[in-house]
Design a protein around this ligand. Structure first.
Ligand code: 13P
Length: 266
């Protein structure tokens, strides 16, 4: 079975409303060309909350339209939670999926495992799909703990899922912290090895590892995308810096489409 390849842009705390709308439009306009008729690739963009409404007109459900993502989501449905933005508010803003557990949120904003699990459950319950980020820090990799760290993050987020919530709506993105914004990419072998471990854990947890798209993030660029995809275990990317430029983001989409077409032809 061939898994959908996702190319997602995480714009982080960059771009005001107008530049966000222009970038979204440039991506939407260039997408049919970059996809080149490939049906196996989907694209999404995650602007800052306040630019969601300016970006939304350039997104949609269609095969050649970018999906609209949020970079985070509050863990509560509604109430006295100053500063939070809940799933219903995101749905109203036409958001289709929320990123949870990004390492920058874990490192700087106190998003610990339990909070990530609560956000994931709230998002699913509120009708959003979820991109769950996991990844080890450099010292954890150097200590040989990388696999255990990632599996424990996965397990904390997914093991206690309420039975009515559909785990099929969660896509896991492996983003080693040491590769984010550093220009240092995990090698295809390192990323594949972790993806294989994640798939094994998902299988053990009854979550159909083999059928799931697993993404990689960390210094993905047009010139390393094809090599990462060729390793076989990686079904797309969560792109930071290179997603802030329409040309480089679309070039990554083109790599993904070429890869999807050649896998389908095999
Ligand atoms: P960079 O592509 O800038 O390394 O960022 C990756 C990331 O954190 C995406 O969520």
């Amino acid at each position: 079975m061939s898994r959908t390849i996702w190319v997602l842009g995480n714009w982080k705390q960059n771009l005001l409303r107008e530049p966000s709308a222009s970038l979204a439009k440039a991506i939407a306009d260039g997408l049919p060309d970059a996809l080149g008729g490939s049906s196996g690739v989907r694209v999404g963009i995650a602007p800052t909350y306040l630019a969601l409404d300016s970006v939304a007109p350039h997104t949609g459900d269609g095969r050649a339209a970018p999906r609209l993502l949020a970079q985070d989501v509050g863990a509560q449905e509604a109430g006295a939670f100053t500063g939070e933005v809940g799933p219903a508010m995101l749905r109203e803003a036409r958001v289709q999926a929320a990123i949870v557990g990004h390492s920058e949120r874990r490192a700087h904003f106190g998003d610990h495992d339990q909070l990530v699990a609560a956000k994931l459950q709230a998002a699913l319950a509120g009708g959003l799909d979820v991109v769950l980020c996991v990844g080890e820090r450099l010292e954890q990799r150097d200590a040989g703990e990388h696999e255990a760290v990632v599996i424990s993050q996965l397990s904390a987020a997914l093991s206690g899922l309420a039975p009515e919530l559909d785990p099929g709506r969660v896509t896991v993105a492996y983003e080693p912290v040491w590769a984010i914004g550093t220009g240092r990419t995990a090698s295809p072998a390192q990323a594949s090895e972790m993806h294989a471990a994640i798939r094994r854990w998902l299988d053990t947890a009854g979550l159909q590892g083999a059928d799931r798209s697993l993404l990689y993030g960390g210094s993905v660029k047009p010139d390393n995308a094809a090599e990462l995809l060729a390793a076989g275990e990686i079904d797309g990317f969560l792109v930071g810096g290179a997603s802030l430029d329409a040309r480089s983001f679309l070039d990554i989409v083109t790599s993904a489409s070429n890869h999807a077409r050649s896998s389908q032809a095999r």
